[in-house]
Design a protein around this ligand. Structure first.
Ligand SMILES: Nc1ncnc2c1ncn2[C@@H]1O[C@H](COP(=O)(O)OP(=O)(O)OP(=O)(O)O)[C@@H](O)[C@H]1O
Length: 592
């Protein structure tokens, strides 16, 4: 797939000519014209989707190809501004370390001929070898880059693979083309792809899962709403706005009669045989804000989002299991720091003797037993991102004093070090205790309380939420297996809706998991709800689960990896009772 020699040479020559027009001299240092912090924050926010798809979906898929080599994968926006870089910087010239950090601009005007900037100008993939760089200071590296287009065929960015030049040009170019095609497919699917049917097609049935397969998204009438480049090349023309019936000369119904996800053959324009496979619309992603259809929750999320950006500390309060942690995750995901770390510290779970070193870190050799490399500590790991202090009401008083100093000074001094380290963190805390009352009782420092509670948000209990029904349906949808019925029976919904849910969403999740496991491929019925739930609900169907068949109990046990205690807990019965039932039903348990 390497470019033909003449075309490649022409592209490089044209780029050098542009460099001369820009007034660049080969001996001058490149100017990466880095963005300011605020400009970079805004840029990363605008390009969140591109970054997420690259990092979460595309790179892991090719980890086996990218793994051992000494190179960097770089993602730039449509103006050549670096959004992210992944891999090793070992080959990078020490004078250019800053050029591989987000915010550096790789435009030809400042950097001369370079794969990232030049691919954007040419609008096509290109490899730039070491000596093909216009500025001599860049001649230690070799890179290939490919521009990225979205579903509307608009230029949205550029992907680049840079190394010290030991990789053959054709290989780097092939790799970057594959990564960019894969990213373009993801961009198409992340846009209208959620609601539309997909048709994948290729010349062979065994390469339908390759990024080089043609991809079409079509609506319920068969009209093509989006397509990747490859679809156009395979079909010989841009298929967008055409109808599948026109393209393949068969009615849509006939295409959909083939089993979903299974290859079948079609003739494009009645001539060319293609192997195809269709897929129905995908379910909306579960990574979304905790159901904000309850007015109080959506207001809390909106307010928290605004204040987090303004560096005002937030305290999230609410009964156990109301979803405080999920709320903070959603807040972080929606913030301008989504690409930076969210470091969650469970203040109740760190042993008292370790809390200081775990939180504040230490320099090497700070104390006997200290790890020889030292430890930056959780607070420093949150630098640039969000520090989430969960269960802060359980933090020992001595640690509270030290945390207060860190939050006041916005810097941290690791154990055994004289040097304070500046911090750029947003702080969100959570507790299911009433912290104001804890202050009153002398168990929580008042000064720290004021420092962490710029705004206190109280999440409502599940029984108080107006969107209870939707939440129940969502939890059912999230935990059911693909083959299990999609709808919950009305009598089950009524029971679940009127339950007081003292354990809130956590209790709902656990009840649903048990019910789904017991129901198998049947719709969830009242008889599948755990005894403890039915007893609390004052349900006349007393102890329905007493009649669990060996099959039911067997399935539950299997799901719990044979752990009797967890099955007993889920069913709301003692371990001894469960053991008795298992023996009665002939289920022999050798060990847990
Ligand atoms: N909107 C939601 N939809 C579905 N499940 C949810 C939602 N919010 C929370 N959950 C589930 O409820 C459970 C409890 O959530 P979470 O841990 O966020 O609660 P919490 O308030 O932080 O609890 P605690 O006070 O005990 O720390 C988790 O299993 C989580 O996956």
């Amino acid at each position: 797939m390497a470019q033909s020699v003449s075309t490649h040479a022409q592209l490089i020559q044209a780029s050098w000519a542009r460099c001369r027009e820009h007034g660049l001299q080969p001996q001058q240092a490149p100017d990466f014209d880095c963005l300011t912090g605020a400009e970079l924050d805004a840029l990363l926010e605008r390009n969140q989707v591109l970054l997420r798809l690259t990092h979460d979906d595309v790179l892991p898929q090719y980890a086996h190809l990218l793994g051992n080599a000494s190179h960097l994968v770089m993602l730039g926006d449509a103006n050549g501004c670096l959004l992210g870089a992944w891999g090793t910087r070992r080959f990078v010239d020490p004078r250019q370390q800053h050029a591989f950090s987000p915010g550096a601009r790789w435009r030809e005007q400042g950097v001369g001929t370079n794969a990232l900037g030049t691919a954007l100008v040419c609008g096509e993939a290109i490899h730039v070898g070491q000596d093909e760089h216009y500025l001599s200071q860049n001649r230690y590296m070799a890179s290939a880059a490919a521009p990225l287009f979205d579903a509307e065929r608009r230029l949205v960015g550029v992907l680049d693979v840079a190394s010290d030049g030991y990789l053959p040009a054709a290989q780097t170019l092939g790799l970057v083309r594959m990564l960019s095609q894969s990213l373009e497919n993801r961009l198409i699917l992340a846009g209208p792809g959620e609601q539309h049917w997909q048709l994948l097609f290729n010349t062979g049935a065994d390469n339908l899962d390759s990024p080089w397969a043609g991809l079409l998204l079509f609506d319920e009438r068969g009209e093509v709403r989006a397509a990747n480049h490859r679809a156009g090349s395979l079909l010989g023309a841009d298929p967008r706005h055409l109808n599948l019936a026109q393209l393949f000369q068969v009615p849509l119904r006939q295409i959909l009669e083939h089993a979903e996800g299974r290859p079948f053959a079609l003739l494009a324009h009645g001539r060319q045989r293609l192997h195809c496979q269709w897929q129905g619309p995908r379910r909306p992603p579960t990574r979304r804000a905790p159901n904000a259809t309850d007015a109080r929750v959506s207001k809390a999320l909106a307010q928290a989002g605004v204040l987090l950006e303004k560096d005002i500390p937030l305290l999230v309060q609410g009964e156990t299991g109301v979803g405080k942690e999920m709320f903070v995750n959603a807040l972080h995901q929606a913030s301008s720091r989504a690409r930076q770390p969210l470091i969650a510290v469970n203040c109740a779970a760190i042993p008292a003797e370790l809390v200081e070193s775990e939180l504040f870190g230490y320099e090497k050799g700070a104390f006997t037993g200290a790890h020889h490399k030292g430890n930056p500590g959780l607070i420093r790991k949150a630098d640039g991102g969000v520090l989430f202090l969960d269960e802060i009401g359980d933090m020992p008083l001595a640690t509270q004093a030290r945390l207060l100093r860190v939050l006041q000074a916005r810097s941290i001094q690791p154990l055994g070090s004289g040097e304070p380290v500046a911090l750029d963190i947003r702080v969100v805390s959570a507790s299911n205790r009433d912290l104001a009352a804890e202050v009153h009782a002398g168990r929580f420092r008042q000064d720290l309380y004021y420092r962490i509670a710029g705004l206190t948000l109280v999440l409502p209990a599940l029984r108080e939420r107006s969107d209870r029904r939707a939440l129940i349906e969502e939890v059912h949808g999230r935990h059911r297996e693909p083959g299990q019925p999609e709808r919950l029976a009305d009598d089950v919904l009524v029971l679940l809706e009127r339950h007081p849910w003292p354990g809130n969403l956590r209790e709902l999740v656990s009840v649903m998991q048990v019910a789904l496991a017991l129901a198998g491929d049947q719709p969830v019925g009242v008889e599948h709800l755990p005894d403890s739930f039915l007893a609390e609900a004052g349900c006349p169907v007393a102890s329905a689960t007493l009649e669990h068949t060996p099959n039911d109990l067997g399935k539950l046990l299997q799901r719990a990896n044979g752990n009797l205690s967890s099955v007993a807990r889920a069913l709301g019965i003692s371990r001894t009772t469960l053991y008795k039932r298992l023996r009665e039903q002939g289920l022999v348990i050798s060990s847990e």
